[in-house]
Ligand binder design. Sequence first.
Ligand SMILES: Nc1nc2c(ncn2[C@@H]2O[C@H](COP(=O)(O)OP(=O)(O)OP(=O)(O)O)[C@@H](O)[C@H]2O)c(=O)[nH]1
Ligand SMILES: *[C@@H]1O[C@H](CO)[C@@H](O)[C@H](O)[C@H]1NC(C)=O
Ligand SMILES: [Mg+2]
Length: 427
Amino acid sequence: MATGSARHVRYVLIACFLLAVFYFVSNSRDISPSLSGQFAGTNTKSGNAPEAQQPVDGSSSSVAKDSPNQAKIKTNYDPSEFPMALKPGDPGWDDLAGIKDGPRMNATFVTLARNSDVWEIAKSIRQVEDRFNRRYNYDWVFLNDQPFDDTFKKVTTSLVSGKTHYGLIPVEHWSFPEWIDRDKAEKVRQDMKEAKIIYGDSVSYRHMCRFESGFFFRQELMMNYDYYWRVEPSIELYCDIHYDPFRFMHENNKKYGFVISLYEYIETIPTLWDSVKKFMKNHPEHIAAGNAMGFLSEDGGETYNKCHFWSNFEIGSLNWLRSKAYIDYFESLDRDGGFFYERWGDAPVHSIAAALMLPKEEIHFFEDIAYYHVPFTHCPTDDKLRTALRCHCNPNENFDWKGYSCTTRWFDINNMEKPEGWEDQKK
Ligand SMILES: Nc1nc2c(ncn2[C@@H]2O[C@H](COP(=O)(O)OP(=O)(O)OP(=O)(O)O)[C@@H](O)[C@H]2O)c(=O)[nH]1
Ligand SMILES: *[C@@H]1O[C@H](CO)[C@@H](O)[C@H](O)[C@H]1NC(C)=O
Ligand SMILES: [Mg+2]
């Protein structure tokens, strides 16, 4: 009996000691520089301590290292204090457990969706969280031309580890501008329906493409951020993401990131390039030196080769999209009416803007973010990389080097070395 209670006392003491150690460890994490100045949000998950962290405010105290144009990049943290594991074997590569310490960018995921998309977006969110955001807890903004219903909000908030925000798009951003002749637009939809052009007869698809081209980045909720990552329903992410792509964008001065590129259906954009040429003529000041015209055109800009980055995946700079250059570009195109008199997609619209108005170094191909949106897959080419990233994509389905992809062209105009094994995937 006596020995029995002594043992109990010992257990209690050990338990107290362990609790004290645990308390000390979790508190010392809280006072590390990266985690000071946190904010708690209404939708931040309590199970995911520590809470989301204060984004960088752009005030300067450090300069990113290892970046080609590092002179331009100012951060309010010391990047070398929190090295990012960009490739297998880099310090911290094996650390995929728990909330990642280190800085957070002023960034959000963004999804345009209908209430009926809830289960398909749920699937996308789950993959983004499992492969990346569970350790970073970035916010997620949802936008809709109709109010989101309770089911949509409940399901998505339960899945996102960061804060969730729901925005209603103002009608001016989702309707025909006054200069559009609706009868003419109606006639086009009839013709495109007969020609069996995908979404050719859809009004809502056109509003969607115009909204993604010119308005998503200036919605009230989006004004709170510097960077976005666009996520659509029913996508897949096939590999672990070992570093923060937002931070990569920031420290390397990237403005636009993509994973898949391809040729656009010409039937949807017959006069887009004429409109772009008109803009270039009226606004030569917006055309960047050292741009990626070579990605868009084989003849120095006379004709468009239809290459574009696939915009259902994008990681980009909102401030770039909100710049005078981009807004002038969008407004010029919008006046020409092709969102309604043709069926201009936001993918060629964004891509042409990025390729003409950014120096080409500011556009980034994320080889290590494996992705699927029906019907195309980006799966890392290099076998060793795929294994290190624990990818579950089938490399035979990698679209990068196939004939209908423009990624070979992207590599060629940038004199980039293609990954090992690319030639075997040309098929
Ligand atoms: N709120 C709202 N969202 C829409 C509407 N139409 C499309 N979307 C969203 O806009 C994005 C693009 O639409 P999708 O239908 O996926 O177009 P797509 O990717 O060209 O075609 P799919 O091959 O069908 O995926 C998705 O995130 C959709 O959820 C709409 O009428 N209202
Ligand atoms: C985040 O970015 C927005 C838009 O650029 C800016 O208004 C806001 O002040 C930034 N927030 C922080 C904490 O830096
Ligand atoms: Mg889609």
